[in-house]
Design a protein around this ligand. Structure first.
Ligand code: SF4
Ligand code: SF4
Length: 125
């Protein structure tokens, strides 16, 4: 997002004002910058099956911003009041999580942040 702003043909002072306002909104949790693609970073190879009993898919309650590409594809729900954070239901879970199996119903198309999330060093998952 910083790069996008830097590419705008605005006076430097105006760009800095916009960047500062954006940063403040992000800190307040009322805006998100798009996630980066982090090209070349492999997906985390977590075998979720045996861990689900303990973790209860807690990674599917985390808040993160979708990438620009994910928003454009439109396959993953985002929060209409906090664009473009991933959507969360009233129970805190992602709408793409099957509550009975605790499995992602859009596994093949899950967001980059879900692909890269690695809980294996955590104590509780
Ligand atoms: S990535 Fe970790 S926390 Fe998330 S569902 Fe799999 S085992 Fe659980
Ligand atoms: S998209 Fe799938 S893996 Fe990602 S948070 Fe939602 S249910 Fe979990």
């Amino acid at each position: 997002m910083d790069d996008d702003l830097q590419n705008l043909s605005l006076p430097e002072e105006e760009k800095q004002r916009l960047l500062s306002a954006l940063q403040k909104m992000v800190e307040m949790g009322i805006a998100a910058v798009y996630g980066r693609e982090d090209v070349g970073v492999p997906d985390a190879a977590v075998d979720c099956g045996p861990r689900l009993r303990d973790c209860r898919a807690r990674c599917c309650t985390l808040a993160f911003a979708l990438t620009k590409e994910e928003v454009a594809k439109g396959l993953i729900s985002h929060n209409p009041t906090r664009p473009f954070f991933i959507a969360r239901d009233a129970d805190g879970y992602c709408p793409h999580l099957d509550r009975n199996t605790l499995r992602c119903v859009c596994w093949e198309d899950r967001p980059l942040r879900c692909r890269r999330y690695d809980c294996r060093a955590d104590d509780t998952a």
